[in-house]
Design a protein around this ligand. Structure first.
Ligand code: AMP
Ligand code: MG
Length: 381
């Protein structure tokens, strides 16, 4: 159970209903005068103003034949009245109201229950609570409700060459940037990241950390060690630990050596490739939907693709589907995609920064020409 105040981005675990109609009572949509539509027949219309009704005040009088009540936006409609004439279409002298332009009958009245009837399903289980949803829950006085537990994601990097950003690098060493990328990614998915640091390419230490990660988290994301080299132990260790290997490779570039294994208790292990771009492409393309599903989300799970016009030629990757990073923007002709400048190597994380989309070149397509339409996947974190 969470309180409304703490519910942002949580996934609703029950279908919620409100106890109040919305609007709660008939009220005015305008600053003006509450009148009876039947009084509009004689021309010119002149009425007696019998009361002033600000928002939040209960009307004291019934509007009778030839009468009107001064009313403000959101104020309760008085008994007898059924229509509001906006202030701009009136003139007053003392308590006399002259209507210059007749409203249609029932105009500017927001009727009780027009938007929502008490007791009807309001928001469904499985949706992520955003600003508008929270406003709706607040308006319906749903102050506490059930949400799903946020998934715990264990994150670690493997590789003898890796050091933390604050360490001095010796020749041959590189900074572990993946851990920061993956942690930010996990947080953006509303998961709870648990960092297990850097693990060397030593099967004993690696197996120990993998076992610990599987025990403590719902999802494990490790980078590196999933390729075919002598120091790539992850796949073999997953088997030793009793994991059911669901996949060992994906026909995409970058991101081919993605290993996915399942462990008892519905736990998933993602052995993510070490190259920084491959790592994030794997996250956006495959792990994001998995995380959403495991978090209880039932809608908007698949990646979001749009059609866009390529602004320059974009090369395919032969038998693999190619993902090329760049920027998607709107023009008068629709979406356009501009490839990031610089090399599109899976190790080039520099030109990945500040991109917002991945162009997709299908398997077997040599190249998309400038001016041609292609599918583009938006990056949403
Ligand atoms: P691997 O899959 O372990 O062979 O790693 C492939 C490439 O990614 C190597 O060039 C690594 O140095 C690089 N790499 C691996 N892990 C990381 C990491 N955590 N941060 C940045 N680069 C990495
Ligand atoms: Mg490695």
């Amino acid at each position: 159970m969470v309180a409304l105040e703490n519910a942002q981005n949580r996934v609703l675990a029950e279908t919620v209903a409100g106890k109040l109609d919305i609007p709660h009572w008939d009220n005015s949509a305008m600053d003006g005068y509450a009148i009876r539509a039947t009084d509009l027949q004689d021309q010119p219309v002149e009425l007696e103003i019998i009361e002033t009704i600000p928002a939040g005040v209960v009307p004291q009088k019934t509007v009778g034949v030839g009468q009107a009540a001064r009313i403000f936006t959101g104020a309760m409609l008085p008994a007898g009245a059924d229509t509001v004439v906006m202030q701009e279409n009136t003139e007053t002298v003392g308590d006399r109201l002259k209507i210059l332009e007749n409203p249609a009958p029932q105009q500017f009245v927001r009727s009780q229950g027009d938007y929502y009837r008490a007791g009807e399903p309001l928001l469904q289980a499985g949706l992520v609570l955003k600003a508008a949803d929270l406003a709706v829950l607040a308006a319906c006085q749903c102050t506490e409700f059930a949400v799903y537990r946020r998934p715990k994601v264990a994150i670690f990097s493997t590789g003898d060459e890796l050091r933390s950003p604050d360490q001095t690098l010796q020749p041959g060493q590189i900074v572990d940037s993946n851990r920061y990328a993956l942690t930010a990614f996990a947080i953006a998915q509303n998961a709870i990241p648990q960092s297990l640091g850097i693990v060397p390419d030593d099967p004993v230490q690696l197996k120990h950390t993998m076992a610990q990660a599987i025990a403590q988290a719902d999802i494990v994301m490790s980078t590196g060690g999933v390729s075919v080299g002598e120091y790539d132990f992850v796949e073999k260790l997953l088997e030793e630990l009793g994991g059911e290997i669901l996949m060992r490779k994906v026909a995409i570039r970058p991101g081919k050596p993605l290993t996915v294994a399942k462990f008892p208790g519905n736990k998933l292990y993602f052995g993510i490739p070490g190259n920084p771009v491959s790592a994030l492409v794997s996250c956006w393309r495959f792990i994001q939907p998995a995380l959403k599903k495991l978090a209880g989300q039932t809608r908007n799970i698949d990646p979001h693709f749009v059609w866009a016009i390529a602004q320059q030629p974009i090369k395919g990757a032969g038998t693999r589907e190619a993902y090329l990073w760049g920027n998607l923007s709107m023009t008068d002709q629709g979406y356009q995609f501009i490839l990031a400048g610089g090399g599109h190597s899976s190790a080039n994380l520099i030109n990945l920064a500040q991109t917002n989309a991945l162009a997709v070149v299908p398997q077997g397509v040599q190249a998309i020409e400038a001016g041609d339409r292609l599918r583009v996947m938006t990056i949403t974190n």
